[in-house]
Design a protein around this ligand. Structure first.
Ligand code: IMP
Ligand code: MG
Length: 302
């Protein structure tokens, strides 16, 4: 039984600071995610005095100590942008040695793209709430699982059975970290709706016989456990020599049927997750990381 590292949510500061608007908060999350230290509105720079009285100051949104750089985010509203430009010009005249960068919305979106929101359209990128498991965390853990499976199945020729379509990314990565002759096969399953909800129907059966073989079921996520439970009983009836389960994600708190899991990538909280194969209405599968969706995005589809 593999130990599954309990998912750590980076204890960034984005959750504690009060931001003036949403893009500031998103930007802070992005900085947290990449471990870049930041300060929010740490300093006001005097711009204009009326005698001794300060009448205008400029407070940049962020300061990044590592880069010794101030960042000002702009909204879409043209009126505000013009005003900001004026202030910034003044600021640069008065403080020529202070580095400041103005980020427009398109710059911000480009930054998101550069840091892994790449395959998404603008609207999809905005639907992402949190990166729950980063690309590098996934890579590291999948490699570990592959190594462990290689050790456990040494001298054998296991059959990996994936359940479409969510498992595509995980299967592709996992099997490349297994240093054994591996055979793969896929099944497709659909759940019944309506009064038989919860029951599953096999849409695509196995191509290969598994009789007398060492079978490892590869799953993207185990939620209630209903799907996996049905699948395991179905596979058992075909007399494999051994039958084990490897799942990337384990949403354990939601379990209804107690199914044995032999290898677990990560335990995840009771939230709907997408990416790395997992979908929401067939979308988001191509994200290179696992993320939660914003409440608005979830509610938009009911
Ligand atoms: P279970 O039968 O309740 O364990 O459901 C397992 C299946 O539900 C998975 O193989 C997924 O296809 C889907 N599923 C469950 N939770 C999520 C999620 O958070 N995101 C995407 N798909 C999910
Ligand atoms: Mg699935």
């Amino acid at each position: 039984m593999a130990t599954s590292p309990l998912l750590h949510r980076p204890a960034g500061k984005a959750g504690v600071v009060r931001f003036a608007n949403e893009s500031e908060e998103e930007f802070a999350r992005l900085l947290d995610f990449y471990g870049l230290e930041w300060e929010y509105e740490p300093r006001s720079f005097p711009l204009r005095y009326d005698g001794d009285r300060l009448v205008e100051a400029f407070t940049p949104d962020f300061y990044l100590p590592a880069l010794d750089l101030y960042i000002e985010l702009t909204t879409l509203k043209q009126g505000l942008v013009t005003e900001k430009h004026r202030k910034l010009r003044q600021f640069r005249e008065l403080y020529p040695d202070v580095q400041i960068k103005l980020l427009y919305r398109k710059d911000y979106l480009r930054l998101l793209a550069k840091y892994g929101f790449g395959p998404l359209s603008e609207t999809e990128a905005m639907a992402i709430q949190d990166v729950l498991i980063s690309q590098s965390d996934l890579e590291r853990r999948v490699e570990e699982l592959g190594a462990q499976i290689s050790r456990d199945y040494a001298g054998k020729e296991p059959v990996f059975i994936g359940v479409l379509k969510g498992v595509t990314c995980f299967m592709a990565d996992l099997m490349r970290h297994v240093s054994l002759p591996v055979i793969i096969d896929f099944m497709a399953i659909s759940s019944y709706e309506g009064d038989r909800a919860g029951a599953v129907r096999i849409v695509k059966d196995l191509d290969l016989s598994i009789e007398g073989r060492d079978v490892l079921v590869v799953e993207d996520i185990v939620d209630t456990g209903m799907t996996l439970n049905t699948l395991l009983r179905y596979l058992e009836a075909r007399n494999p020599r051994s039958l084990k389960v490897c799942t990337l994600l384990d949403k354990r708190v939601r379990r209804l049927v107690d199914v044995p899991l032999d290898y677990v990538g990560f335990e995840v909280p009771d939230e709907f997750v997408v990416g790395y194969g997992l979908d929401f209405g067939q979308k988001f599968r191509n994200l290179p990381f696992v993320a939660t969706l914003s409440v608005e995005a979830l509610e938009a589809r009911g």
